[in-house]
Ligand binder design. Structure first.
Ligand SMILES: Cc1ncc(COP(=O)(O)O)c(C=O)c1O
Length: 382
């Protein structure tokens, strides 16, 4: 049914009507005092969300743009970068670093696992000459639905002295991420996730320590140059023409988030993921991430039952129930389906998704106790 579509993919995510209406207004001049006032508020609210005193830059790009903005402001050719890879997006850091001429080493684990803090510590302890300048890592790996133990990993990187560069694309606004308290040096994110606005903006905050390394970067990116962005943020401006309407939408979304309270937002994500995981198990399906301690509160990856394919499940959910879930990526394509519970999602959405998944599986001939998933979801939500 037109306009009933529910995006349960890990981004883009649903957008509240108040945000859509804010975005639909006529564009205003990006050098006007009116827009400058909006930027002032928005920059302050982004600091609140990133839990940082550092300036948060707004780039007109997708999340990958902010990843490139991070590394292209830090790396000189030949610099040693350690990339912690737990999936597709962790590997993207390694690819970007390689493209910038870095000497990249990876610590890589199988899909569905997180980085082991002891393994990282051992590697960094062995780096007695402090050759490793940068460590890249993903907070929440969207391709698998695993959340790294970020606080613990950052503490280890801090002790070594390298600059930590963190992908918070599907964690900011969904999973606890305390930039200053934990000591993250560079933290990036993207708008189409926990921010409850459409794709098109990306964010980056950098610590003073990261800025010191940036000062040694011989050829920083022009468009993404941190120094230019910092100067502009401090003048409640942007270096170039920004996506004005998306920033107006962001301003509205952040106001809503502040009203809800960050703690409540994070608890809601945790509750939804827990209910969904309980429902999946009650239906008799296998979760990709069975260890609750590393399971994501934003994305749940599920194996299809024997004899039923991922494309069949996805197309039945879409055709019969207007619910869109994501396929697996790369090697995991058609092996898992991924359900996003990220951003503007309420209890009703979880119940509707679980009920619809049951109905789709029932239609596709899977034998299970009908209603078991909904029952488990209700028991975890109410
Ligand atoms: C964890 C993570 N990092 C990076 C990205 C890349 O963001 P984009 O597709 O907006 O460039 C994504 C997108 O899904 C993501 O989930």
């Amino acid at each position: 049914m037109k306009d009933k579509s529910f995006l349960m993919i890990p981004g883009p995510t649903p957008v509240p009507e108040s945000v859509l209406l804010a975005m639909a207004q006529h564009p205003i001049g990006h050098r006007s005092s009116e827009f400058s006032a909006i930027l002032e508020e928005t920059y302050a609210d982004l600091k609140w969300l990133f839990q940082t005193k550092n300036d948060v830059f707004i780039y007109t790009s997708s999340g990958t743009g902010a990843m490139e903005a991070a590394l292209s402001n830090l790396i000189n050719e030949g610099d040693k970068v350690l990339s912690l890879v737990i999936g597709n997006f962790g590997n993207r850091w390694a690819k970007i670093a390689t493209s910038l001429g870095a000497d990249v080493e990876k610590i890589e684990v199988c899909a569905g696992q997180a980085i082991d803090a002891d393994v990282l510590k051992q590697r960094l302890d062995a780096d007695t000459d402090k050759e490793i300048k940068i460590v890249t890592l993903t907070h929440n790996e969207t391709s698998t639905g695993v959340t790294n133990p970020l606080k613990e990993l950052i503490a280890i990187i801090k002790e070594h002295g390298a600059v930590s560069v963190v992908d918070g694309v599907t964690s900011i606004g969904a999973i606890e991420c305390k930039m200053d308290e934990w000591g993250i040096d560079v933290l990036i994110s993207g708008s189409q996730k926990g921010f409850m606005i459409p794709p098109g903006l990306a964010f980056l905050a950098a610590s003073e320590k990261a800025f010191k390394l940036h000062e040694q970067c011989k050829h920083p990116s022009f468009y993404f140059d941190w120094s230019a962005y910092r100067k502009s943020v401090r003048a409640n401006s942007t270096p170039y023409t920004p996506a004005v309407n998306l920033i107006v939408a962001l301003n509205e979304a952040l106001k809503t988030m502040k009203k809800d309270g960050l703690d409540n937002i994070l608890k809601r994500h945790a509750r939804h993921a827990k209910a969904l995981r309980a429902a999946i198990k009650a239906i008799g399906l296998q979760l990709m991430v069975e260890d609750d301690s590393i399971a994501s509160n934003a994305i749940t990856s599920v194996y299809p039952p024997a004899g039923i394919t991922v494309p069949d499940i996805r197309s039945t959910l879409k055709k019969d129930f207007d619910i869109v879930v994501a396929n697996g990526q790369n090697d995991l394509k058609d092996k898992i389906f991924r359900m996003g519970t990220l951003g503007f999602v309420c209890d009703r959405d979880i119940l509707a998704a679980v009920g619809s998944l049951e109905a789709a599986l029932y239609k596709l001939g899977y034998k299970f106790q009908l209603g078991a998933g909904v029952k488990a979801a209700i028991e975890n939500l109410v």
